[in-house]
Design a binder for this molecule. Structure first.
Ligand code: ATP
Ligand code: MG
Length: 334
């Protein structure tokens, strides 16, 4: 087996992992609390935080995996999409690690990582037949058919027409006075509320396998705006539960349609919203095969980058020194 060091710094989490083949030996993550006060990620601050955190996180990943830096046989790194300043920190670190030992470098697309996260679940997707993948993250919402593990084998069946699921969750949470990121806080608040209290739209009228969340977001905005003075506090848990239920129902409706239209009965999930307890429970009711990874592999992490690297062509040294990051638009999965 090949020992891979994987690095992921596309947004505001500094991540490094060590894998022996597909086996994850360590998965280190340093999250950046610095953005909480701004209600969203500040790109310049994120890049500076990565510069500070990447050394300790890398050392942590090697220590936990109980491997020496000299044992590493290749380096995988997220090349894009993401915040370019953040990506460059990871990419330069990966090159600096790989170059002295002339190690190959595997440039990985961040969404390829999220799409393959199901391989880190206890129940892996079937090797010999296609499966469906739902990725719901902060910047993307995709439904795909995976005919194999390489990016070229993955066919996008549907995507969001407006906001990503995570974006809708974060914006909704903000309207309810919760901090960033909104997902975990919304989930905690929703636990005390009634998911049927408000009938928020589930974009049933959007045909096929594409998603839309903008109507839902606007519906919450109007409900909050029209509440009698001082009523918001009493209604917040019900609003959170109903809003979360509508996001989950919007996602699951497309998964159901995809199962019906393709006949494929195994679904893998990835992306930060896949950490949602409500989504995981709702998918479990479908009765199909499921690959649901541990929550640490749903939000940004380097283990998924190491997994995607196994299905990506490496670039040798010194050619990999010329690799650049891409912010948006250049990745195979937009
Ligand atoms: N338990 C949860 N329930 C619902 N949403 C959650 C939960 N935990 C995290 N999220 C949401 O997941 C999103 C972050 O996911 P992720 O880290 O995969 O996104 P990203 O990397 O910023 O975006 P992308 O991968 O599209 O570039 C946030 O919107 C966050 O609110
Ligand atoms: Mg992500």
């Amino acid at each position: 087996m090949t020992l891979t060091l994987a690095i992921e710094t596309s947004c505001d989490d500094t991540c490094a992992a060590v894998l022996d083949g597909e086996r994850v030996l360590s998965n280190a993550i340093a999250s950046q609390g610095v953005h909480d006060a701004y209600g969203g990620v500040v790109p310049e601050l994120a890049a500076r935080q990565h510069v500070e955190a990447i050394g300790p996180v890398l050392a942590d990943a090697l220590r936990t995996a109980q491997v020496d830096a000299s044992d590493i046989e290749r380096v995988a790194v997220t090349r894009g999409p993401g915040l370019v300043g953040s990506l460059l920190c990871g990419l330069q670190t990966a090159k600096a690690f790989a170059a002295p030992a002339s190690l190959p470098l595997v440039p990985v697309d961040h969404m390829h990582g999220h799409l393959l996260s199901g391989r880190l679940a206890d129940q892996q997707p079937p090797e010999d037949q296609p499966h469906l993948v739902l990725v719901a993250s902060g910047g993307h919402t995709l439904l795909a058919r995976a005919n194999g593990p390489r990016l070229a084998d993955i066919e996008i069946l549907g995507r969001t027409l407006d906001d990503a699921a995570g974006e809708a969750i974060d914006k909704g949470a903000r309207m309810l006075g919760l901090g960033y990121p909104g997902g975990p806080a919304l989930q905690r608040l929703a636990a005390d509320g009634d998911p049927a209290a408000y009938a928020f739209p589930r974009s049933q009228k959007v045909p096929g396998l594409d998603f839309s969340f903008s109507g839902l977001k606007t519906a919450l905005l109007y409900v909050v705006r029209d509440l009698p003075e001082g009523e918001l506090d009493a209604r917040r848990a019900d609003l959170a539960a109903s809003y979360q239920a509508a996001v989950v129902a919007t996602l699951v409706l497309r998964v159901k349609r995809a199962i019906a239209s393709t006949g494929i009965e195994h679904v893998a999930i990835g992306g930060g919203v896949a950490a949602s307890t409500a989504l995981r429970a709702s998918l479990a009711e479908l009765g199909c095969g499921l690959s649901i990874p541990d929550r640490q592999y749903c939000t940004d992490n380097a283990a998924m980058i190491g997994i995607a690297a196994l299905a990506t062509d490496p670039v040798g040294y010194p050619e990999h020194l010329a690799l650049d990051a891409y912010g948006t638009g250049q990745g195979p999965v937009r």
